[in-house]
Design a protein around this ligand. Structure first.
Ligand code: SF4
Ligand code: SF4
Length: 390
């Protein structure tokens, strides 16, 4: 069953409301669960918040987030847990379970710098065990080869540890096929000269389930990082597209919707490059409608690029009360008016399924990825049989 088949009911419900101009519960939710982090990366957009000691006192408690899930007002397809470093929180499995039980959550993405292994490994295993149908992706922030990464992350030894975390998670995947290990590389000034060597390492050595690249966005702790060569980003994106189509890089999530989700990720790169080049919208953004963002201290926004609308603590942690407020309605009107940016998970990810012109092309790419996987799996199976009989 394809992604759309599984999601048809949810999407159709939302398409119907969209046609009537009525808002609906988000299908894609980003929660920045904490402003605590053991790193200070030079490209981080959240540095000011990480350094704000007062802010930490207002961090949402477990019961606040559980109440958000209870009042979300609908089922949730994708939950992205980010920060800060999410694994600094001891309640991540409880948060995942709340959305799994209350909102029939399909996929969770856990963004991590890969350092706190004593939390990451047991927590991921607990989530997989306690949520038996949930697809879990651990997205490890890796910004290049060892020297580049350690310099960008301002933490010697952090590359070796993050790579080791990736390899340990790959072992865990042997027991839990619903786990995907993803690398997430932010393309920036400091790593753009060695991007292709880095991609070679990912493709031939580490071989994660999914290779993701993000276009750096402001603010950055070191503003010079925002100066990047668009053509290089484009070339890398094209390489990823071709390797995914031919099966030379795995580059697909597991599960029945995995190829569709991968196709969305891969397809968006060229749109992002075009947006940057032409400085105009290439799709209608549905941030604030299909997708939303909740910050660590309870504020809610359509996306990380526009200021928050309000704080959930002023709405007794009732998400729907804030989501259907007049202020949010005004934000939707602003977004509808041709707003554009390069934000992968806030703009493109929640919006592409609601842009029919793009959806048709994504479905075509999904078919190519599935066909490539089948060819690769057939070759691997033949090789296994040959080895067993020799
Ligand atoms: S980019 Fe992530 S890991 Fe780096 S400082 Fe920011 S929150 Fe921490
Ligand atoms: S285009 Fe970007 S800035 Fe505008 S609403 Fe969408 S995600 Fe936010």
């Amino acid at each position: 069953m394809s992604f759309l088949d599984q999601m048809t009911k949810e999407l159709l419900k939302r398409y119907g409301r969209l046609a009537l101009g009525k808002p609906f519960a988000p299908a894609f939710l980003n929660i920045l669960v904490t402003s605590v982090c053991d790193m200070r990366c030079i490209h981080c957009f959240f540095t000011e918040e990480l350094d704000d000691k007062e802010r930490k006192k207002n961090q949402m408690k477990t019961e606040n987030i559980v109440r958000v899930s209870e009042t979300l007002g609908g089922n949730l397809s994708v939950l992205v847990i980010a920060g800060g470093e999410p694994f600094t929180r001891v309640d991540l499995p409880d948060i995942a379970r709340a959305f799994y039980e209350n909102n029939r959550l399909e996929s969770i993405y856990l963004m991590s710098n890969g350092q706190i292994q004593k939390r990451i490994l047991p927590d991921v295993e607990r989530i997989l065990t306690e949520c038996p149908k949930l697809h879990v992706t651990v997205a490890l922030g890796l910004d290049g080869l060892e020297a580049d990464h350690d310099r960008i992350r301002q933490k010697p030894g952090s590359w070796a540890r993050a790579i080791d975390t990736a390899r340990q998670l790959q072992k865990l995947k042997k027991r839990f096929a619903r786990l995907d290990v993803q690398t997430c590389t932010c393309v920036m000034n400091s790593n753009q000269d060695r991007l292709f060597e880095w991609y070679d390492f990912l493709k031939h050595d580490l071989r994660p389930d999914k290779i993701n690249v993000n276009y750096i966005r402001p603010p950055a702790a070191r503003p010079e990082e925002l100066n990047i060569d668009l053509e290089r980003y484009r070339r890398l994106s094209q390489m990823i597209l071709e390797d995914s189509r031919s099966g030379q890089a795995k580059n697909v999530y597991g599960g029945p919707n995995g190829a569709f989700k991968a196709a969305v990720d891969i397809y968006m790169h060229e749109l992002i490059a075009k947006t940057q080049e032409e400085q105009k919208a290439q799709l209608r953004c549905f941030a604030g409608t299909a997708g939303g963002v909740i910050y660590d201290e309870g504020t809610v926004s359509s996306c990380e690029n526009l200021p928050p609308i309000g704080n959930l603590r002023d709405y007794d942690w009732n998400f729907s009360a804030l989501w259907y407020s007049e202020a949010m309605q005004m934000r939707r009107a602003r977004v509808k008016d041709g707003c554009f940016c390069t934000h992968e998970s806030n703009c493109y990810y929640p919006s592409l399924a609601f842009n029919p012109k793009h959806l048709v092309k994504i479905k075509r790419l999904e078919r190519d990825i599935i066909a490539a996987r089948k060819r690769v799996e057939a070759v691997e199976q033949q090789a296994t049989v040959a080895t067993a009989s020799s």
